[in-house]
Design a protein around this ligand. Structure first.
Ligand code: GRF
Length: 204
């Protein structure tokens, strides 16, 4: 049995897609052993509790310098990953940047995934998250967008890609419409990518 941790700051619809894929048997021999959030009001935590999944809320100390703060919450995450014997970490709308300590080989190799709402490497990097991505995509006039699941490395949105799927957005009229279409893809490819990684069909 593989233990998964999902890190989420918001609504948690990707968390829900992972829960559903485990409950339906699409992802086998795995359980979510921790949902971790920096936001005590995240709806993701409610989704987890509804499915009897253990939840953890990080204590983020805003009185510390940015780098100390980052180190501090990352240590809390590492401690949870160790105590819950986590095999795979899935970032799903997690809004905090992780400290490099988590990228020590024994943690990060084949172990941390993220979902990004664009066709990386396009529209990725610092500041490219949530609505910012869909606004930039819309304003650029590109005809396609989509979602990407990638391994996380110590460079924002730069890790090796596990799965990517595109959709035609040429007739869509706003960033919100793009977000809705891309989210459908996210819910499909994140569980697929997790399954591939857990079955060791993809390594880096
Ligand atoms: C998704 O668009 C994901 O790609 C991005 O944040 C959003 C999270 O949505 N990283 P949800 O919380 O899973 O509903």
């Amino acid at each position: 049995m593989k233990n998964i941790a999902v890190l989420a700051s918001g609504g948690g619809s990707n968390l829900q897609a992972i829960i559903d894929a485990i409950e339906s048997g699409d992802i086998k021999n795995a359980k979510i052993a921790a949902v971790i959030s920096n936001n005590k009001n995240a709806f993701a935590l409610e989704r987890a509790k509804k499915h009897n999944i253990e939840t953890f809320v990080l204590v983020v100390n805003d009185n510390l310098s940015l780098s100390e703060k980052r180190k501090n919450y990352t240590r809390q995450i590492i401690n949870i990953l160790k105590s819950q014997k986590i095999d795979l970490v899935c970032l799903a709308g997690f809004m905090l940047i992780l400290d490099s300590e988590i990228f020590e080989p024994e943690f990060y190799k084949n172990k941390i995934l993220n979902i990004h709402p664009s066709l990386l490497p396009d529209f990725g990097g610092v500041g490219m998250y949530g609505k910012n991505v869909h606004k930039a995509v819309f304003e650029s006039g590109v005809k396609k967008s989509g979602a990407t699941v990638h391994f996380v490395i110590n460079e924002c949105d730069k890790g090796p890609i596990v799965l990517q799927e595109a959709t035609d957005i040429s007739i869509l009229k706003s960033p919100n419409e793009i977000a809705t279409e891309v989210l459908k893809i996210e819910h499909k490819i994140y569980p697929e990518a997790i399954k591939m990684v857990l079955e060791e069909k993809v390594v880096f």
